[in-house]
Design a binder for this molecule. Structure first.
Ligand SMILES: NC(=O)c1ccc[n+]([C@@H]2O[C@H](COP(=O)([O-])OP(=O)(O)OC[C@H]3O[C@@H](n4cnc5c(N)ncnc54)[C@H](OP(=O)(O)O)[C@@H]3O)[C@@H](O)[C@H]2O)c1
Length: 154
């Protein structure tokens, strides 16, 4: 978040090269993206195709973004899959993106996003899906279990 970046800079004078944050159509964090851009930090998306919205057992209030009507509509228009539409949206908006799949066919599919282009209006349609509701942990309230990790001195 912006205040974490500000605190890091104030205490260490370090500006990270990359800030990896939860970022998919249902939670696109425009404020953090703006803070990154102001400081020349690359925004990298985690759960870029909305994995967090459909992982079994994950208690998220978000619907499965793969089934969103706007994403489905754009996938029909461009003859691309919902995953490809979301990946193209990230790339055209200048983000680094690392989708995860255990299936070779999907891994290949997720690379096939350089032969089509979304219009400005189509990008805006996806931007407007932001709900402001995160699926994953809040960086301001990390689960207590995170603090159990011991980092060796050397
Ligand atoms: N920094 C952090 O706190 C943090 C948190 C979460 C994730 N991450 C990282 O971010 C990366 C991705 O995040 P993520 O795994 O949460 O979510 P994701 O990449 O948005 O989604 C992964 C899910 O999408 C499925 N999938 C992949 N390609 C697909 C396709 N073409 N069509 C349909 N379904 C597809 C995968 O299933 P299959 O595997 O069965 O194909 C998996 O269920 C990972 O490298 C992860 O390590 C970082």
């Amino acid at each position: 978040m912006r205040h974490h970046l500000d605190a890091l800079r104030a205490k260490t004078n370090i500006i990270p090269a990359v800030n990896q944050i939860e970022l998919h159509p249902y939670f696109s964090q425009p404020n953090v993206q703006a803070a990154n851009e102001e400081q020349g930090i690359i925004t990298q998306a985690w759960s870029p195709i909305g994995g967090i919205t459909f992982y079994a057992g994950y208690d998220t209030k978000l619907k499965n973004v793969m089934e969103d009507p706007v994403i489905i509509d754009l996938s029909k228009v461009h003859q691309k899959t919902p995953a490809q539409i979301m990946l193209r949206w990230h790339l055209q908006e200048g983000r680094s993106v690392i989708p995860k799949s255990i299936h070779p066919k999907r891994i290949a599919e997720n690379f096939e996003v350089f032969d089509f282009e979304l219009s400005t209006e189509e990008l805006t349609r996806i931007d407007s899906l932001d709900t402001g509701v995160r699926g994953g942990p809040n960086p301001d309230k990390p689960p207590a279990s995170y603090y159990d990790v011991v980092i060796p001195e050397e």
